[in-house]
Write a protein that binds this ligand. Sequence first.
Ligand code: FES
Ligand code: FE2
Length: 354
Amino acid sequence: MSASENTTAWRAPTAPESRNYPYNCWWVAGFSDEVSREMLGRWLLDTPVLLYRKEDGTAVAMENRCPHRGAPLSLGCLKGDAVQCGYHGFSFAADGTCIDVPSMKKPPTSASVRSFPVIEQKPFVWIYLGDPAVLNNVPPPPVLDWSQDDDFALVHGRMDIAANYMLLKENVLDLTHFGYVHAKTFKITDWVDPPSFSTDGDTTTFHQSFRHSPLPPLFADALGLPLGMPYNRENYGSFLSPALQEGAVDFCDPATGDITGRFRVSHATTPIDPVSMHYFWLLGRDHGNSPEQMAELEKMTEIGFAEDEEMIEAIQAVTSRDPRGSNAPEISVKTDTAGVQARRIVQRWMAKET
Ligand code: FES
Ligand SMILES: [Fe+2]
């Protein structure tokens, strides 16, 4: 982790009443393979962020705004581990300290940019943009065991979605949308009944058991079983933090009860601002995972997740235009239980900041 050099008291960029995401939380800044010796500028939690790697490979994050005249530092270049602004050439060390102003013998001591703590847990680079004074009290980024398991092959992707990040969270916590949004792609039509739910602290979980349910093509092909074959599967998922949601399917032989395949997915959503997000998805499978089969899974996922994107962007557009905004009446049913719990959990995270 690189420590933030902070000389003034931290202030949230946006007041809590106009947002529903905590700053004092670890969020995904990018996939490890997005952060390189090329400078990457990205807005995260209302903050312009510059990401790059030092010569030793360590990931670095700092404010992507030059304190001289506001140029995005991502338009400059790297000089070793330091960043040189592309406008008038001020240079900043990886901790944000200004180390050179070309027109001066010595840079002013007040010239620095904020640097942000970073933790890399492949395939994610996590960032902390909140109050440095409370960092030690903030839960660390959740770890996905299966993403470190050699039995699993992984594919991942990123989408920028013009919607509040909680619309994606609620989407993946209520899978009864499969039969409608993904009727033509995933063809999973048996997600009808409410699952069971449980909440433990700030984690909420759903669990659905399918018995002798016909295998859709997405699952049958990977398992090497006939399309439509009656099969058992346990489908469960958890809201792990405001930043990360995990989903799982265990396929079970109906005759023996043995697990014959494990499918995993994680959804990391990082707000850009209250009405847009970065969506980092990661899928893993311990069966049917040849490079060709994983490429097919990746292609199918991109098509399917674009269907979710279209729906939640349309919801955001209605919410943004309707003068009632998010205060319009809303009906919740049992299948919304995990989503409603997730909202409460986020409110608890927010309450800690105020
Ligand atoms: S704006 Fe960066 S050096 Fe002038
Ligand atoms: Fe979906």
